[in-house]
Design a protein around this ligand. Structure first.
Ligand SMILES: Cc1ncc(COP(=O)(O)O)c(C=O)c1O
Length: 419
């Protein structure tokens, strides 16, 4: 345990009759020493740009791509400057043209519809079910009615739909799947890693994701043309041969004069600190699962709070936790959220009228409103009661117990009749 983690653990205490959580749920954990050393080494060397016209050493970004491709079991990998840019490049690389329709589940975060808009495409929102994943019937219906040939499947907050069903529906309609794995690095469905289902899959390495470089994204695929187009478009100039997890140069020759350079490269510094974190990913994901399990039953036992039922096949890696508030009006939900915040537990409520911080709801993406062909009744109902809690990986069992107690006491306060 690092000094900072030890301090966080000590900060959790019970003050009199009212529990207060004194850690900071928004605090990331420090990077491993190896990451700090790798960054320092690279800064001394000065080669922060991933390419060099005449270089003898292997660039950090190329090594990271090689290691991440091996980790995901995919043939090709590209590092870029953010998860949102990885999604944009993925859409362009699989052939999305301006005006094309792209199906997307309605529970996701703003960068996902943002990537679709960036590609000039039209997002077609698909409803969700009570596991907060894409509603399979609505997916089938909208694939048929919209004629969309692409589906950006976002595993928002790490929730994974029945992938056998999703892939069967997409095959039936000739729909290409692009996976948004921003919240599922290392997760699986029935043993198959997320990121291994679609034609292309994208990951984020923003600070609150499973590995942290502040900003960063990774794209993986087995398709040589998709990989070559994404690499060229990310801004490889004519130095694409310096990539290691890439298709043969002949594939690039087919695309190099037809693909614009969008300058979305990953820097060497980003890659260096990510490489040092990758070996710790499994251990971190195990810790997150433990934290989730510690909180799950305690939260589910609080009146009006419900944890989603998660099937055996869903090997999730929860860097956050979601629960629904049922049977309370808006004022009481607001009172619950406020009471929890006053006791140090900041819960994000997706039902709030205005988007705040990292909450984001489909009706906030008004630039897409005209593209929709009807309401999303289940998404609206489910998101109205949805609360979200960030789970820093440094949480100890005692921290989890105080957080659960804070939520229980906040609920008691919220249910008291107004004086
Ligand atoms: C579900 C989801 N997809 C994609 C992204 C995009 O990642 P980035 O912030 O790296 O652009 C995020 C970011 O938080 C996200 O939550």
């Amino acid at each position: 345990m690092t000094d900072i983690q030890a301090t966080q653990a000590k900060r959790t205490q019970d003050q009199g009759s009212r529990a207060v959580f004194q850690g900071d749920l928004s605090a990331p954990d420090p990077l491993p020493e190896a990451a700090i050393e790798a960054a320092t080494r690279l800064m001394r060397d000065g080669r922060l740009f991933r390419y060099g016209e005449d270089r003898n050493s292997i660039p950090e970004a190329a090594l990271l791509e090689e290691e991440f491709a091996a980790y995901t079991g995919r043939a090709f990998c590209l590092g870029v400057n953010s998860g949102g840019c990885a999604l944009f490049l993925a859409l362009k690389a699989v052939g999305v043209e301006p005006g094309d329709k792209v199906l997307v589940n309605a529970f996701t975060l703003a960068p996902v519809p943002g990537a679709i808009a960036h590609a000039g495409a039209e997002g077609v929102l698909v409803d969700i079910d009570d596991r907060f994943v894409v509603d399979l019937e609505d997916l089938d219906r909208k694939a048929q009615s919209s004629g969309a040939k692409f589906f950006m499947l976002s595993y928002m907050r790490g929730h994974i739909p029945d992938m056998d069903e999703v892939m069967a529906i997409c095959r039936r309609h000739g729909v290409t799947v692009i996976e948004d794995c921003a919240h599922t690095m290392g997760a699986d469905w029935a043993g198959d890693l997320t990121g291994s289902f679609g034609q292309v899959a994208c990951f984020s390495t923003q600070t609150f994701k499973h590995i942290n470089s502040g900003e960063g994204g990774l794209l993986v695929t087995d398709d040589p043309d998709t990989a070559a187009r994404a690499i060229l478009m990310s801004g490889s100039y004519m130095l694409y041969a310096q990539h290691r997890a890439r298709p043969p140069v002949e594939v690039f020759e087919r695309h190099r004069y037809h693909t614009p350079n969008c300058s979305m490269r990953m820097s060497g510094l980003t890659a260096a600190i990510l490489r040092a974190q990758l070996p710790h990913l499994k251990e971190r994901n195990d810790t997150w699962r433990h934290i989730y399990r510690r909180l799950e039953g305690q939260i589910d036992a609080i009146p009006h709070l419900r944890m989603p039922k998660r099937p055996q096949a869903e090997g999730f890696v929860p860097s956050s936790l979601q629960f629904s508030v049922e049977g309370l009006g808006d004022e009481q939900i607001q009172a619950f959220v406020q009471a929890a915040a006053q006791a140090g537990v900041h819960v994000k409520w997706f039902g709030q009228a205005e988007a705040v911080g990292f909450t984001s709801r489909h009706d906030h993406w008004r630039y897409m409103a005209e593209q929709q062909d009807g309401p999303l009744p289940r998404a609206d109902r489910l998101l109205h009661g949805l609360c979200d809690l960030r789970l820093p990986v440094w949480l100890k069992d005692e921290d989890c117990d105080v957080i659960a107690l804070v939520l229980a006491q906040a609920m008691e306060l919220a249910r008291q009749p107004a004086a």
